[in-house]
Design a protein around this ligand. Structure first.
Ligand code: ZN
Length: 92
């Protein structure tokens, strides 16, 4: 499932994306976008798990991959957090 705050806009007409297979405004086929969103969401969930276990390097990799698949503000924050934790742990 996709979190409520992770819905981007339709890539064609920029209408608010509501998680349906087709855009309600322009009718664009959004199924492939949905798959990407789902994939990115799974990667970010894995990244959070790695953060909890303290594997910041792996977390950063996963967060970066999620950003490549589908960039969101939350995903960007997660990547920044992972990067910061990683550099902090390297200093100590
Ligand atoms: Zn549209």
């Amino acid at each position: 499932m996709i979190g409520n705050d992770e819905h981007p806009n339709c890539p064609v007409c920029q209408a608010r994306f509501r998680g349906s297979a087709f855009c309600s405004r322009c009718g664009a086929d959004l199924r492939s976008l949905l798959l990407l969103l789902d994939h990115a969401y799974g990667l970010r969930r894995e990244a959070r798990k790695e953060l909890e276990t303290g594997d910041f390097g792996r977390a950063q990799e996963l967060a970066e991959e999620a950003e490549t698949v589908c960039s969101t503000q939350k995903g960007r924050d997660l990547w920044l957090l992972s990067s910061w934790l990683l550099s902090s742990s390297e200093v100590n």
